[in-house]
Design a binder for this molecule. Structure first.
Ligand SMILES: [Zn+2]
Length: 252
């Protein structure tokens, strides 16, 4: 199993990383994609991916960060353990007033990803349509994931039509996440990735606590339950999806 989205590059994990990896492995989570969101955390992702042989890095500028030059991500992009650009995207929950600047950063990262043939990790919050409209003109040139997908079935179909994966986080275990449960029930496994978004969004029974990659296992269990498919098959297919999207086959 691969946790395709974890921020264990954050300071709060710094002195616990060996334990985090141990817990992950004992929960059958063999690999972790460590996602950057600003230059400090991009560098941390890069260092972790070069320190732990079961971690990979992504580098990006998150829509709630918007500091620094997108061009400065380039120095990371030819390293084989850097497997995507992101996270990037649009966030209209924390700030609705800077959509123009968010769009500029998002487009620049899309274009960089196309240039370097890397997938992109898209964050949306109250903003699926805005992000969708920005990425749509690039259809066929770029792929990636709408991470911690939080919209409805119709939007999931739109994401898939663009050639993107749907990232399923611990939110799927929450009782009120009816739309997301419907997405998981109806969308074929070949379009789904599993993630934690650690330290956020811990699944039930850890809701409200600090999330960690080991809990990908609880996301998997919920997906298996909703789809009424054996956990082993869910694991196999979603892992294959991650290997394909992030081109991990030669570096696992
Ligand atoms: Zn994230």
């Amino acid at each position: 199993m691969i946790d395709t989205h974890a921020h264990i590059n954050m300071k709060e994990f710094e002195d616990k990383l060996d334990l985090i990896v141990e817990n992950a492995i004992s929960n059958n989570v063999t690999h972790i994609i460590v996602v950057g969101m600003d230059f400090f955390h991009n560098e941390r992702s890069f260092i972790l991916a070069n320190t732990y042989n079961n971690m990979f890095a992504t580098v990006g500028i998150h829509p709630t960060t918007l500091k620094g030059n997108v061009k400065d991500l380039e120095k990371y992009l030819l390293h084989k353990r850097v497997v995507a650009i992101g996270e990037t995207g649009i966030d209209l929950y924390w700030n609705k007033d800077n959509l123009e600047l968010q769009t500029k950063y998002f487009k620049e990262q899309i274009e960089l990803a196309i240039e370097y043939r890397l997938p992109i990790i898209i964050h949306t919050r109250n903003s699926f349509n805005e992000a969708y409209e920005i990425i749509k003109p690039y259809k066929g040139k770029i792929t990636g994931v709408f991470h911690s997908f939080s919209s409805n079935y119709e939007d999931a179909l739109k994401a898939i039509d663009l050639g993107f994966y749907i990232g399923i986080s611990g939110v799927v275990t929450f009782k009120k996440a009816e739309e997301l449960k419907e997405v998981v029930e109806k969308i074929d496994l070949k379009h789904l990735l599993l993630e934690t978004d650690s330290p956020y969004l811990a699944p039930i029974p850890f809701r409200g606590k600090k999330n960690e990659p080991a809990y990908t296992n609880y996301v998997l269990k919920e997906v298996a339950l909703l789809k009424n498919i054996d956990e082993k098959i869910v694991d196999k297919i979603t892992t294959e999806n991650a290997i394909k999207l992030f081109k991990l086959e030669n570096i696992l």
